[in-house]
Design a protein around this ligand. Structure first.
Ligand code: F0G
Length: 456
């Protein structure tokens, strides 16, 4: 059998991408205040900023869009979407929202109180920010290997059960529920095993606490389980995904990832404890419960996306893309989070730029350098995203300085990845020319989106 893994689709519609010169990029980045979030997308050649909402929809999804029922209440499209979510998750209560953070905001508003603590492997930035906005502590308890970029572990997204147990023994009254992110995005897109999920659930149950999955990348996680976990190889990804959901009491979902759509999300729950309050808040801020801030056509595309995303040819190609990119970078002497995760490759900026200190924001600096070198846009997962400026003016820093290159689903081909790897490996050769940055202007929450930076 040929070893080359091909994209399991052919292309029906194309979108041009634009080359720029180094001089143009220097001007554009300066205008963007050295913050790639502030660039115009048309000035980016390969956009690896995020895999969220950036995927290509299939012909079947576009066809489904034409079937959208745009009725305000009780639209056929809602029932089609609801059936797809129920079939996948097994949860009877399904609440559509426009994207993942709306699910988080609504669930946390109805299920937490100020002063409480919600543990997870690693909360994503919006999840953490939404909890903190409600006065809740977002506690990250990933296993120690999850903090070590070069320690290989098959399930680096697992939660540290010993630390969860200690938390529950000491402060169970402050824990409304446990969460877990699959795959663990902020920790490198690393999977969580079924075994870890099951033990976490059992532990929470002992203390009478529900488990909520942040399910954005459930299908990639399920594929890793199939490929890596003992005894799982013979099962279908869909079966594994269903078991993942069965091991929890509900989920928040940004369908912009493994829903294979450009917009959408949902909350799905196994019992009705939070349902009525969540629906009431939904009506107040998102929309009527049969559309939740989405158009009927969005719900149609999502119903099809949830079927397509568990196809194993697709997932094999999907995970291989990150692995292929990782192999090329390692061969070029670039340190990455190993093993590669599902949706992205994470560059270790401290290793890439050893001449920069934490106050130079190495991961942010590397992001800028990638854009200048080849028109590539990644995202910093480091101290601008997760550090803070305290009221007394001192800075806190994150324990890892990573640049995430996240891969839109079904969008780029192998030669795009070959080009990106070449640019990055060449940049590594002249890494000492990369300059650090300073924060000149920032907001109080989620400062990375809008920060204005200057050269150090
Ligand atoms: N949870 C995780 C694990 C995520 O990765 C994201 C979004 C969200 C929740 C929020 O979902 O964007 O639909 O509101 N992650 C994107 C990313 C933004 O680039 O990783 P959203």
């Amino acid at each position: 059998m040929p070893r080359t893994m091909i994209e399991p689709f052919r292309i029906k519609s194309v979108e041009p991408i634009r080359m720029t010169t180094r001089e143009e990029r220097e001007r554009l980045l300066a205008e963007a205040r050295l913050n790639v979030f502030r660039l115009r997308a048309e000035d980016v050649l390969l956009d690896f900023l995020t895999d969220s909402g950036t995927g290509a929809m299939s012909a079947r999804q576009w066809a489904a869009i034409m079937e959208g029922d745009e009725s305000y209440a009780g639209a056929r499209s809602f029932y089609r979407f609801e059936a797809a979510v129920k079939e996948l998750t097994g949860y009877p209560h399904v609440i559509p929202v426009h994207q993942g953070r709306a699910a988080e905001r609504i669930l946390f508003s109805v299920a937490t109180k100020p002063g409480q603590i919600v543990p997870s492997n690693t909360h994503f930035d919006t999840t953490r920010a939404n909890l903190e906005y409600d006065g809740v502590t977002a506690l990250d308890l990933v296993i120690p290997e999850g903090h070590q970029p070069r320690t290989r572990h098959l399930f680096k997204g697992n939660i540290d059960l010993g630390r969860v147990e200690r938390l529950l023994q000491e402060q169970a009254d402050l824990v409304p529920f446990g969460m877990i992110t699959v795959t663990n995005n902020s920790g490198g897109g690393q999977p969580v095993s079924l075994e870890n999920l099951g033990s976490y659930r059992a532990l929470l149950r002992r203390f009478g606490k529900p488990l909520v999955i942040d399910a954005c990348r459930f299908a990639e996680n399920a594929m890793f389980v199939k490929l890596r976990e003992a005894g799982q190889a013979g099962r279908s990804v869909k079966e594994i995904a269903r078991e993942m959901f069965a091991l929890a009491d509900g989920c928040t979902m940004s369908a912009k990832k493994d829903g294979l759509v450009n917009i959408g999300g949902f909350i799905a729950l196994s019992d009705d404890r939070w349902v009525e309050a969540a629906r009431n808040l939904l009506i107040l801020t998102e929309g009527f419960p049969t559309y939740g801030g989405l158009a009927g056509r969005d719900l149609e595309a999502l119903a099809v996306g949830l079927e397509e995303v568990v196809q194993e040819d697709y997932l094999r190609y999907r995970l291989r893309t990150a692995e292929y990119m990782g192999e090329k970078l390692l061969a070029g002497g670039v340190a990455i989070v190993e093993p590669t995760g599902g949706h992205a490759v994470y560059l270790d900026a401290r290793d890439f730029l050893p001449h920069l200190g934490p106050e130079d924001y190495p991961a942010w600096s590397l992001c800028n350098a990638l854009y200048l070198a080849g028109g590539i846009r990644g995202v910093e997962i480091g101290s601008v995203m997760f550090g803070k400026r305290l009221d007394d003016g001192t800075e806190t820093y994150h324990d890892m300085e990573l640049v995430r290159l996240a891969f839109p689903r079904r969008v780029y081909t192998q030669s795009h990845f070959d080009y990106a790897a070449e640019v990055i490996c060449e940049l590594k050769q002249k890494a000492r020319t990369v300059r650090g940055v300073r924060i000149e202007k920032q907001s109080r929450t989620l400062r990375h989106f809008s920060a204005e930076m200057g050269w150090a």
